[in-house]
Design a protein around this ligand. Structure first.
Ligand code: GLN
Length: 299
């Protein structure tokens, strides 16, 4: 069934990303994650539509294929926490239980766990997607600030962190293990959390420009979920090799050239991204990891 559908597909592939609280939660270039996802989709001829969801907007899970929520200062998180719980909680849970890929950075990550206890003011109730909780140790305790690198899936992820809150995992699985930096709490070497296809992390910077493998991983999850493609079973359709024709009503129809590449997404020329990745590893003194990255991804 799927093969016949793929052979007759004439419309470009599209993904819709819901960007939660783009005006309130956008620290340290978090918006760069959206730009990266859009660009990496575009280079494969996939259209990524981005819809902003602010305070007061309901979240209808069927309208989205991916969700992103960024970080913010305590004062920005408080109004968002209430809206997230009251307006978007049910929709977000439904999306996550249905394996929608979700990326939650720092303050957004904290609000997808059970609660965030800020330095001042009442606890912010979270959605409890991640079995974890966060407590700010108070302004007299140093914040977790600086470049950070972690081991993820046998590879490295790099970024920048700046958080006062310390997150402790219950049964939630960490995203990775800290190689250098603070991570969730500067105590147990865990970083981030995973629940189904929802990923929480403290990595700002923004995260995805310097971690093209993680960006593609999220795009693949969304394509597999929406189109049911399986990386190793389906002829690769997403390589950008297309011919375009004009239909009767004048709109451009893209004819897809089928190839048998896997994985699901055509590799891109990412040497700049990997040089930036390796430069963070070098700055952290992780020279052998940096050399391995440059060896693996050299031009
Ligand atoms: N306000 C939260 C904290 O300080 C999150 C910070 C952030 O999103 N960078 O821990």
């Amino acid at each position: 069934m799927l093969k016949s559908m793929a052979q007759y597909r004439i419309q470009p592939l599209t993904l819709t990303l819901g960007h939660l609280y783009p005006d309130q939660l956008n620290l340290y270039g978090d918006r760069g994650n959206i730009l990266t996802l859009r660009r990496r989709c575009q280079l494969r001829g996939i259209e990524l539509r981005v819809v902003g969801l602010g305070v007061g907007d309901a979240l209808a899970p069927d309208e989205y294929d991916m969700l992103f929520i960024g970080g913010g200062q305590d004062k920005e998180q408080a109004p968002v926490a209430q809206d997230l719980y009251e307006m978007k909680g049910i929709g977000l849970w439904a999306a996550i239980e249905d394996d929608m890929p979700v990326l939650a950075v720092c303050g957004g990550f904290q609000l997808l766990a059970h609660y965030y206890r800020p330095a001042e003011g009442p606890d912010m109730r979270g959605l409890g997607v991640f079995d974890a909780w966060t407590e700010h140790k108070g302004s007299q305790v140093a914040r977790c600030i600086g470049n950070i690198a972690l081991r993820w899936n046998g590879q490295t992820l790099v970024g920048f962190e700046n958080h006062g809150g310390r997150t402790y995992l219950g049964t939630a699985k960490p995203l990775g293990t800290v190689l250098k930096g603070h991570g969730n709490n500067a105590e147990d070497q865990t970083e981030g959390a995973i629940y189904r296809n929802a990923y929480g992390t403290y990595l700002h910077g923004s995260l995805l420009p310097k971690n093209p493998h993680f960006a593609d991983y999220l795009i693949e999850l969304a394509l597999q979920r929406k189109y049911g493609y399986q990386a190793d079973t389906e002829p690769q359709l997403l390589n950008g090799n297309r011919t375009s024709t004009t239909s009767e009503n004048g709109s451009t129809v893209l004819e897809l050239q089928k190839t048998n590449l896997s994985p699901l997404l055509t590799p891109l020329e990412d040497s700049l991204e990997w040089e930036a990745h390796a430069s963070i590893l070098e700055r952290l003194g992780l020279y052998s990891e940096a050399a391995a990255v440059l060896r693996t991804h050299k031009r």
